[in-house]
Design a binder for this molecule. Structure first.
Ligand code: NAD
Ligand code: TYD
Length: 363
């Protein structure tokens, strides 16, 4: 797809959950990429996620601490590196936070995406509009709103977002498509279902529940616990993103799903069983912590993806079984409690401070 042997790819939000897995996946498996990771290091971004990389992989990795809303920084970055493609993941991503503080979601998800599109377009036009450039926006199935008991989201399902988070992602999707149609920028969008796996910040359902089980805290279930999500293992997602980035058609949208619909209560019960066994507790101990709490306002009832287009046109489908990948995820958290402590304590924020001081010293 690209002219040169080593492709320069800009990944935004690469220090977050999916971004970390994606950056590591690319560095590990694809020596033909140099990854530039632009991340503002909000509470959800952890630069230490790459500390254990061997030097030969680190040599193809550049971390840029910065904000996608910073037009000047973006202009400098594009002028310096002329990226062959962009995978845009940086976002405020948690629905509950969007309910209590929607403004940050508009700022970053809409405003930041706009700045990134504008910077990409400027550089793309300055380079005579290379048709193999790709701007891939990583979006969510939540833009489609809520399903009833039947049916699946397809790429043609009308947008109907319920939360400030999904509304901001819907708006950013529209800007991405508009840049494709108006200026010809080669854009693509993926809309995926709920991810799980290593490095997920423990505010989302799966890591929150498993850490609460360890600490014998209540396991909060919103409403009746029968809301359904279609779970996607993050490594399957990374493979899908790379497939779309390399072989997807400019201007197209691809839905990505794991084909693993589960009610929230089923997820929590599964985690309780796994954890009772792993922690050597009597079967049923953890389930005793389940606590039904007031429902989330605007809580979408069911998400489920029809991933037929990406399978039929690009040959991707999820490979991991939900049960096995959930076990692996639990194993990763149990083996990485130091990471959990660090992200919860905000220790990593010291890294930002240190780096800032270092840069001040360099000036
Ligand atoms: P995350 O919250 O774990 O990580 C987001 C990353 O973006 C963090 O590293 C954060 O520091 C960075 N960031 C936030 N604001 C920024 C800004 N203004 N400038 C630069 N960096 C900024 O999110 P995630 O779960 O890894 O999700 C990644 C993307 O995938 C998001 O766009 C999200 O909407 C989308 N998505 C996620 C899921 C999921 O289940 N996690 C599902 C569908 C779509
Ligand atoms: P979450 O992980 O926040 O992802 P999203 O809202 O993007 O789907 O939540 C997954 C599901 O779990 C969702 O239906 C809300 C529910 N949930 C709970 O029941 N309790 C919790 O503590 C959390 C965080 C989520």
């Amino acid at each position: 797809m690209f002219g040169e042997s080593v492709k320069k790819i800009l990944i935004t939000g690469g220090a977050g959950f999916i971004g970390t897995n994606l950056v590591r996946y690319l560095l590990d498996g694809r020596p033909d990429y140099h990854v530039y990771n632009l991340d503002a290091l909000t509470y959800a971004g952890h630069p230490g996620n790459f500390d254990d990389l061997p030097d030969n992989l680190k040599s193809r990795y550049t971390f840029v601490h910065g904000d996608i809303r910073d037009a000047k920084l973006l202009e400098e970055l594009f002028a310096a590196h002329h990226f062959d493609g962009v995978m845009h993941l940086a976002a405020e991503s948690h629905v509950d936070r969007s309910i209590t503080g929607p403004e940050a979601f508009v700022d970053t998800n809409v405003g930041g995406t706009f700045q990134l599109l504008a910077a990409s377009l400027r550089d793309w036009q300055a380079r005579d509009c290379p048709q193999d450039f790709r701007f891939l926006h990583v979006s969510t199935d939540e833009v489609y709103g809520s399903l009833g008991d039947r049916g699946l989201f397809t790429e043609k399902t009308p947008y109907d977002p319920s939360s400030p988070y999904s509304a901001s992602k819907a708006a950013s999707d529209h800007f991405v498509r508009a840049y494709g149609r108006t200026y010809g920028l080669p854009v693509m969008i993926t809309n995926c279902s709920n991810n799980y796996g290593p490095y997920q910040f423990p505010e989302k359902l799966i890591p929150l529940i498993l850490l609460n089980i360890i600490e014998e805290k209540p396991l909060p279930i919103y409403g009746d616990g029968k809301n359904v999500r279609d779970w996607l293992y993050v490594i399957d997602h990374c493979e899908a993103l790379l497939t779309v980035f390399e072989t997807g058609k400019s201007g197209e949208t691809y839905n990505v799903g794991g084909g693993a619909e589960r009610q929230n209560i089923e997820i929590v019960q599964a985690l309780c069983s796994i954890m009772d066994e792993r922690l050597g507790r009597a079967f049923g101990t953890s389930a005793g912590l389940i606590t039904y709490v007031t429902d989330r306002p605007g809580h979408d009832r069911r998400y489920a993806i029809d991933a037929g287009k990406i399978k039929n046109e690009l040959g991707w489908q999820a490979r991991y079984s939900f049960e096995k990948a959930l076990e692996d995820t639990v194993g990763w958290y149990l083996d990485n409690m130091g990471w959990v402590d660090s992200v919860r304590s905000g220790d990593y924020l010291k890294w930002i401070e240190l780096n800032y001081q270092k840069r001040q010293g360099e000036q």
